[in-house]
Design a protein around this ligand. Structure first.
Ligand code: ADP
Ligand code: MG
Ligand code: ZN
Length: 470
């Protein structure tokens, strides 16, 4: 039997604020355990939370970048459950009125709908001793601002494969990094996903029962967990079994998942508005001001690059890397030859940067080199020489161009060629009688370039050489 796969994602990302979401403690990864804590984030009786406006602003910014509506009134609610990493025994989150609603993110050609993005607080971290005898708690992470984005799996188009889920997460990460709302370092747990998977008979409009896998770290793990779950459900359905609604934990080392809890004991969080926090009114002026701060996003940049004449291939490589985008943008600002900028960037610049681990030429210098070439003041080979010198010795582009540049007049070129032909009678003979005249012609061009220290125009030199030799 053929099945349709339906996937819903719940993605948590830690916001890049200086302080936590409801107190003034540092929002910083790591640190001595329990040193970024205060009565508020430790949940001591009588302590009162105060909303960090910066966190709210970043949540709004993330939402705007994803095309969400921003709720005019956002309400914070208590999500009640007991777990040692949550000292208050409730998490301050949002249920009925999240800060962002709707929106979408493009995956392949599909606009995947987003249900909501809400603002909440992160929990502390449990550290189990290797023998399992002791569990320690570090509350430094408790109270760090989180946004949780939930995709809309029950609307078309939805995510249908592990590949699409990973692409969604990669694109989302890019959007967060571009808009500077979150660093999303996976290894630091700054971006984590819950994955919901269900299967239904191909073409059926009745959705299957979903299984959720919580807190998967890393995109590869997400990919494997989804494929494992699809296969597990397929096998059950093939045997005529039913899928039980449950939460499973993915064990990436073992490469399999196991049951955490079944629906029978699904948690009831008893959400209610937190009486310690006022509802927040978000004025439209504030929203518009935040909207203005949003830079061009990868999708839009790609459109722009295509319209500047770059190929799909080039545009895709550049928009994947903030360093390449910065270099492209700055260079292009000074010399409006997009194709040349892209050629240098993806050619010489990238290959040297790979060796050195960084780009060692200023965009303004790169732009100067391209402009000099476009103006016919230097040829490609001189341009390359200058480029290498600037890269390795921080040389001055204009001084070098004066020294090495300037093209030969036609007469100079012709007399140089005559000289070279005269000095190499054997090569001339081989050219006329040998099996590989084309190779010898190239050799002659090489001699001209060498003699002229790169100032000659290679195409022109080849033409003249051919007429003379023939
Ligand atoms: P829960 O209350 O169990 O967390 P939600 O309604 O919040 O469930 O949905 C969580 C995620 O699961 C959302 O992305 C949602 O679109 C997705 N989802 C809901 N139903 C299904 C289903 N049948 N198959 C796959 N994903 C689903
Ligand atoms: Mg949920
Ligand atoms: Zn605190």
């Amino acid at each position: 039997m053929e099945y349709d796969v339906v996937i819903g994602l719940e993605v948590h990302a830690e916001l890049k604020t200086k302080t936590k979401v409801f107190c003034g403690c540092k929002n910083e990864f790591g640190g001595q355990p329990n040193t970024h804590c205060c009565p508020v984030c430790l949940g001591l009786p009588g302590a009162l939370p105060v909303l960090n406006k910066e966190a709210l602003k970043l949540a709004i910014k993330a939402g705007l970048a994803l095309g969400c509506e921003i709720n005019e009134i956002a309400v914070f609610e208590r999500k009640n459950y007991f777990y040692p990493d949550l000292p208050k025994s409730y998490q301050i989150s949002q249920m009925v009125r999240p800060i962002c609603l709707g929106g979408h993110l493009k995956v392949g050609e599909k606009q995947i709908p987003i249900n909501r993005i809400h603002l909440e607080e992160d929990a502390g971290k449990l550290i189990h001793s290797s023998d399992g005898a002791v569990t320690m708690i570090d509350y430094n992470r408790g109270g760090v601002p989180l946004i949780e984005l939930v995709t809309e799996a029950l609307q078309a188009p939805h995510i249908e494969s592990a590949d699409e889920a990973v692409e969604f997460l990669e694109k989302l990460r890019q959007v967060y990094i571009f808009t500077d709302v979150a660093d999303c370092v996976i290894e630091k747990g700054q971006m984590r996903a819950d994955v919901n998977v269900s299967l239904k008979p191909k073409g059926s409009d009745k959705f299957g029962t979903k299984v959720e896998m919580k807190n998967i770290m890393g995109f590869k793990a997400v990919y494997r967990a989804i494929n494992f779950e699809i296969e597990r459900q397929k096998q059950i359905l093939e045997k005529g079994g039913v899928i039980e609604q449950e939460t499973r934990r993915w064990d990436d080392t073992a490469g399999e998942s196991y049951t955490m809890r079944k629906k029978e004991n699904a948690q009831d969080y008893r959400y209610f508005p937190d009486p310690d926090l006022l509802a927040v009114e978000v004025s439209r002026e504030v929203v518009e001001r935040i909207r203005e701060e949003i830079p061009m996003l990868p999708e839009q940049l790609k459109e722009k690059y295509l319209s500047l004449g770059l190929s799909e291939y080039e545009a895709n490589i550049i928009v994947k890397d903030q360093n390449l985008i910065d270099f492209f943008e700055k260079t292009y600002k000074d010399c409006e030859n997009a194709k040349a900028v892209s050629n240098w960037l993806l050619g010489e610049v990238s290959s040297l940067a790979k060796e050195d681990g960084q780009i060692r030429i200023a965009p303004s210098d790169m732009a100067k080199i391209i402009c000099l070439m476009d103006a016919g003041k230097i040829n490609r080979s001189v341009a390359k020489t200058i480029f290498t010198k600037v890269w390795t010795e921080e040389a001055d582009v204009e001084a070098l161009a004066k020294q090495l540049g300037g093209s030969l007049t036609d007469a100079e070129l012709e007399s140089m060629i005559c000289q070279i032909i005269e000095n190499n009678p054997k090569a001339v003979g081989d050219y006329k009688t040998g099996a590989e005249p084309q190779k010898l012609l190239k050799w002659f061009v090489g001699q001209v370039m060498k003699e002229s220290r790169g100032k000659a125009n290679a195409t022109k030199a080849e033409e003249i050489l051919k007429t003379k030799l023939d």
